[in-house]
Design a binder for this molecule. Structure first.
Ligand code: NAD
Length: 274
């Protein structure tokens, strides 16, 4: 396995769940990380955890507070990378939000727009605006990883907006991988299954007046997949951990895996093997 030492990495969505787990692995491996998130409290908690759990880690970290939906916030993060390092080796788009399992007939404009923006449109803008730093990379290829979902490959694992947004980023990643494989850039996707993270808590904070899991949607979608992993023989939930996904991200950005491009890696404990 190649090292991430000194690799300049922009990590969008660094404050909880898979992003925070990936952040810790990157820092432990010596990467120079710019982490971006819109949750101040979780950013501070993650920083505390890093100090407590990792002490003197070999990497470096700058945190940028901002919302991916705001162009000026995204620009601030990229400006920091450009001004401080003048290059970008790795871009990780881990940001994502739930659609509360809402079926199409209950999805209002606000929910649709929000989920499509955060999960898909702002992912596109982020990668597009970073391309001048990523293309024609010196040495091993630059790397982009987008975190998708099993909702990006099947229709019945979330509501209408989430499933649409995650299908869309898969297409985006394939288009990018093909367009720029001539220009020393690799673009891959990780599709997580059900993972313990901050995503539910973040949705409850964003939509305090809505049901976090639409009852009808839960019945429509979850039964047919989301809880199919059920419990193990000891009665423990068979959901994955954020670290399970972080390890997949670390694999995809590893220079030793230079021929892995335009790929989607589904990490779901066997859920979609049914
Ligand atoms: N947890 C799961 O079961 C699961 C399953 C499949 C896919 N995913 C995907 O995995 C990715 C990571 O999710 P997670 O489960 O670790 O959730 P999470 O909520 O713990 O992490 C997402 C991060 O993105 C940040 N974020 C959200 N909206 C933002 C915005 N507008 N601007 C800036 N930052 C923002 C959050 O603050 C958070 O730190 C997402 O793309 C999600 O859709 C999650």
């Amino acid at each position: 396995m190649a090292t991430q030492k000194d690799k300049v990495t922009l990590l969008m969505g660094c404050a909880s769940g898979m992003g925070a787990a990936t952040l810790k692995m990157l820092l432990a491996d010596g990467a120079k990380v710019v982490g971006f998130d819109n949750n101040r409290e979780n950013m501070a908690d993650t920083l505390d955890e890093i100090v407590e759990e990792m002490g003197d880690y070999p990497g470096t970290l700058e945190m940028v507070y901002g919302d991916v939906r705001r162009a000026e916030d995204r620009r601030r993060a990229l400006d920091l990378v450009r001004e401080k390092y003048g290059t970008l080796d790795t871009l990780l788009y881990v940001v994502g939000v739930l659609d509360l399992m809402c079926p199409a007939h209950k999805t209002d404009d606000d929910l649709w727009q929000y989920v499509m923006d955060v999960n898909c449109n702002d992912c596109f803008y982020t990668v597009r605006d970073a391309l001048p730093l990523l293309l024609d990379h010196e040495g091993p290829a630059a790397s982009v990883v987008i975190v998708g979902s099993v909702g990006g490959i099947y229709g019945s694992t979330a509501g209408a907006a989430y499933v649409t947004s995650k299908h869309a980023v898969l297409g985006l990643a394939r288009n990018l991988a093909w367009s720029y494989h001539w220009r020393n850039l690799r673009v891959n996707v990780v599709n997580p299954g059900a993972i313990i993270s901050g995503i539910l808590g973040n949705a409850m904070e964003k939509w305090p007046d809505r049901d976090v899991m639409d009852e009808e949607g839960n019945d429509l979608y979850n039964v047919r997949g989301g809880v199919s992993l059920g419990l193990d023989a000891d009665g423990n939930s068979m959901m994955g951990d954020s670290e399970d996904i972080a390890r997949a991200i670390m694999f995809l950005i590893d220079d030793d895996n230079k021929f892995v491009n335009g790929e989607q890696m589904t990490i779901d404990g066997g859920w979609t093997s049914f």
